[in-house]
Design a protein around this ligand. Structure first.
Ligand code: PXL
Length: 277
């Protein structure tokens, strides 16, 4: 038997199951990779204040990481919610030491419920310690804006310039996820030479909790399986668009995307991919 490639997520636990570690592991399973998790923080429901973020100790993070590495090993890693300078520092050190091939950094800062998932004083650490190691970083519009010192991003042209400028931080590729702009959902990839846009139709739903985590997790799975960056992003976008289309809610609170949607219903939305050099 050919065993699946091994992918680790280092992120926060989102108890509701839609985002964070839970979204990552569900996505890994759907995409046939072996998932492992290193929990940096436990986030309660509606974490509007930091009160509901239970940060794990550096020792707990190191212990989880060495368990996963020693029992399994890792071909790819994704980082999500890291919250503090201290956590970023330890995570960067652990990844560097293991020389993991594929490193996806999702610079998670603020959740959909406005929960703070990264302290203000940790941004510099993220930029200097983690982003330069990344195969790809996957900021959404607010995150890209913060990483660019508060620049306003309103159009796809703005996103293209943002991807080019963020590439200077040292990641091999940058994907700016434009889902929060109006109109079709356009994401922009820059790999240092070419700009590629990925366009999906806008889906009329509020149930998109965890969409960003799911998208970046799918990119991580695809890259670790050996796909080229543009292919990995295109297939991941198709996966997440289908998950968003079939998103739902059990309550009157913004609900999850449906991670199993591609498997159950097939992928309904071809992604338009255009490369400009
Ligand atoms: O979707 C961003 C996100 C990431 N990680 C954790 C979260 C959230 C959003 O709530 O709770 C742990």
């Amino acid at each position: 038997m050919n065993y699946p490639v091994r992918v680790m997520t280092i992120a926060g636990s989102a108890a509701g199951g839609s985002a964070g570690i839970q979204a990552d592991l569900k996505t890994f399973e759907e995409l046939d990779v072996y998932g492992m998790s290193i929990i940096t923080a436990i986030v309660g429901r509606h974490p509007e204040t930091n009160k509901n973020v239970h940060l794990q100790s550096v020792e707990a993070i190191e212990a989880q990481f060495s368990t996963a590495i020693n029992q399994v090993g890792a071909d790819g890693v994704k980082t999500g919610m890291l919250f503090s300078k201290e956590v970023i520092e330890v995570v960067a050190r652990l990844i560097r030491k293991e020389e993991i091939q594929t490193v996806v950094v999702d610079p998670v800062m603020i959740g959909k419920m406005n929960s703070k998932l990264l302290k203000d004083d940790a941004i510099e650490e993220l930029v200097h310690q983690l982003i330069p190691m990344a195969t790809i970083i996957t900021p959404n519009v607010p995150e890209a804006s913060i990483l660019l010192g508060g620049r306003e991003l309103n159009t796809v042209e703005d996103l293209k310039q943002a991807a080019i400028d963020l590439h200077k931080l040292g990641a091999k590729s940058v994907l700016v996820k434009g889902g929060r702009l109006e109109g079709p959902a356009v994401d922009v990839l820059f790999n240092g030479t070419a700009l590629t846009t990925f366009t999906a139709p806008r889906i009329d739903t509020v149930n998109t909790s965890g969409a960003g985590c799911t998208y970046s997790a799918a990119i991580t799975a695809n890259l670790t399986k050996g796909q080229a960056v543009a292919e990995a992003v295109g297939l991941a976008k198709s996966f997440v668009t289908t998950a968003i289309e079939h998103g739902f809610s059990y309550t009157d609170i913004v609900g999850p995307t449906f991670h199993a949607a591609s498997r159950k219903f097939g992928e309904a939305h071809p992604i338009k991919i255009e490369t400009l050099t």
